[in-house]
Every structure is written in structure tokens, then in C-alpha cells.
Design a protein around this ligand. Sequence first.
Ligand code: SF4
Length: 463
Amino acid sequence: MFENIAPQKIDLRQWSTQFRLLEDTDIKQFKYYGNDEWGVYLSPPATFMVYGARELKKLKFDNSLSALRLWGFAFNESERLFRARQSGKHIVAAMGDLGTVPVITMSFPECVPFYPDCTWWTPFFNESTVLLDKASELGTPEGSCFVRSTLAAFHKMAYFPKPDILFASTGASCDDYSCIMQMVEDMGYELNWLEIPYRRHRKDYHVEERYTKTAHGFEYPERFETYLVDEYKRVWHKMKQLTGTDDTERLKQSINKNNRLRRLTHEIRELTHNANIAPYPGLEMMVIEFGNLYGYADIDEWLNILSMVKETILGRIEKGLGVLRPDAIPLAWVTPTADPLLLNIVEDLGGRVVATEYVINQALVEIDEEIDPFVALARSFMDASMIGSTEERIRNITTGVDSGKVAGVIISNMLGCSHCAMETRLIEEKLKRVPVLAIDVPGPLGITEQLRTRIAAFLEMLR
Ligand code: SF4
């Protein structure tokens, strides 16, 4: 459809002009939940600005049809969840584990998992402090992570429908979010708690027991698998009570489908990060990585979108085309940025993201399909980003630095985040052999000239 248009990043106005090239039939062929009547989601991105995502007028987007689908689908999620509720599906809130509970809940018919945690981005896309102010009123300190906007969303009940069931993972998970989940419970929501074990290894704790290793080579006591299996079986049991269904064959199918998604995302990341010229922008790539958490509440359509993204990328690589300048500086990005605009700014100033650590490794690894499905889920989760040492968390970044692929590292801190405060200096220390820029992501509308200048100076120094 847009095959003859050269790849580039374009703004809302340009997208609205380009959108006119589409016929009605083109628009109507893409739909969520396969519904012809109300499932169409393709619109010019300006539509979502009108609905409240005001930051979009500052952002630039990839100009391919695949990116148009990606943005239409991602911004349509709230509508999709309310439609799911209207059409009788069960809404399942998965919280805190970022990647594994949805694989279980998707095994049950007409169940739609989503992550309330992702409300984190809403104040930034909306350039609004409404949710953060409400969260302060509800008792969260201003100096805590922006994820407190989730608490306000639960209070307002306008951003997603009231879930039929909620699962909350705590333990070796995010402390800030554990507090938020407890406050959600205090509001009267019934939370089903799961505990995540810390992936300690032999050299730190001298306890006689059997140890094993994850696919990424991280060591952990084998009994943690049994422990997590019990936790996941409790999730299964709750879902069985909710739906009256109990078919572990469906769990195997769900694992298979999620593995397809994880493989596709892996291929897209590899192609994009290793191409001579960046074939797809960093912001869209962040949306793609986070899609692995739950397929944006319709994994089938999300898989279709990613297949098209991969075709776009392959086509561009074949023609030697891309969306950034060929000499863009290869960077690793550690911790996802709450404000999407920062990814645009870094690219505008001459950077390019070629490696990431967005705290969701557990959603990126493949799940073993040859063993018991619950054990396979537990084993895959033991590869999680935040349950082990800092060294393990950033291993793929260290590898990128050592191989010469990464010239510099950006760490985007969130004010008040416990892991940012504790880990950033450690990460800098461990990456001593490469320049590192740690920036604090300011609140909505808070990006200053001073911050831009710091990023520009960092990139200039690297160049
Ligand atoms: S940014 Fe950090 S502190 Fe905030 S929710 Fe995510 S993991 Fe937790």
C-alpha cells in the first residue's frame, strides 16, 4: 500500500495526509477479536491525540502500514478491553510479574489478560498529571514511581473495565508496585497474591541443595521451580473456578502461541538491532517488546501485526533503506523510559538503540514445549530481569559492549523507583569500559532544554 514511499519518521500531520491514500476496504480488513462490526482499529494517529494522547503531536512515527497498524492497535487497547467486557469475555488483571501469568490465563476460553501496570505511560502520552495527582490524594508519596498512576486508574475505573479477577505478584518483584498493589487491595479489590523467589546463587548463600541453570545460564536452587509451579497451579485453580474449564492441553497451546510471539519479537529485534541502517524506530521497538507481555489483549491480531512489521523490516534491509542516518551512534538503553518522547529525542540527536534491558526478560525467553507446562513456565520465569543480581540483569548489554556493538549506554531513571536508586550506580560501575549517561525522566511535560543538551553533549562526545 505504501510500498513506494521511502521509509522515514513522520509527524501527525504527515500521517493524516498519507492516511488518505488508503481505501475503505484497506482500513476494514484489520480488526480486533475478528469482529467486522466494531473491531476496526486503523485510524490516523491524530485520532488518538483528539481522544487525549496529546504528546503524539510532538512524536514522530514510522511511516509504514505495519507501524500504522501497530499504533492503532496499541492505542485502541482501552476500547478493546471495554468491548471485551461488553461481549461477555472475562477481564483478567495480571500485575507485577510482567509476562508469565497471562500465558496461563489465556488458556481459558473468552479470557482477556491485561497489565494495569502499563498505565505507567498514560500521564506521559496524555501530558496530564490527573492520574498522578489523584494517586497523591490517595496516599502515594510524590517521590515514588510513576506507576502510582495505576492506583488512580483503579480508583477512577475509566481507563480499563473492572477486572473479573486479579493476580498480583510480589516477593522478588518491584517494591514500589507491591505497595501500589496493596493499596489497590485496600480499596476493596480482591487480589490473588503470588510470590516470586529471589534467584540467589550458590556463591552468595552457602546452603546445601541442588542448583540448576536457566536458558541464559543463571544459576538458581532447583526447588524454586517446584515452588513456582505451586504458585502457578493456584492461578490455574482460580481460573478454573472462574470459567468452569480445566484443560491443560489448552495451556500447551497457549505456550505454543506465546512462543510464536516471543520468536517473532526476537527475530524483529535481531534484524533491527543488527541492520546497517536502522530499519525501524526505537519507540515502535519498545512497543513491540512490551507486546510480549500479553499481546495487547488480543494476541492473535498482535501476531498478525508483528508478521507485517517483520516483512517491512526485511524489505527495507533488502533495499538498504532505513529510518535513521547510516552513521547513527549505536546505544544500549537500560530501563524503559516512562516518557516516550525521550526515545524520539535521542534518535533526532543522532543516536540509535541496538540493545535494550527493559526489565522484561521473562517475557522474551522461549518456554520449553517438551516438558510439563507448569515446570516450563516456572523455568522460563527464572530468567526474569529483576529477580537476580545487577550483573545478570545487564548481561546482554555487557555482551554488546564487549563485542563492540554498543558505543554508549543510556539509563533512564524514574524518580523514586527503588531499583533506579539502588541499581544505576552499580550498572555504571559494571559498564565502566563504555560511556554511560544516566538521566532522570521528569514528570509529564517536564523535558527541559537542559536535558536535551545533556543528551546532545553525550552523543557528541561519543561521535
Ligand atoms: S519503573 Fe521500576 S519502580 Fe516503577 S514500576 Fe517499573 S520496576 Fe517498579
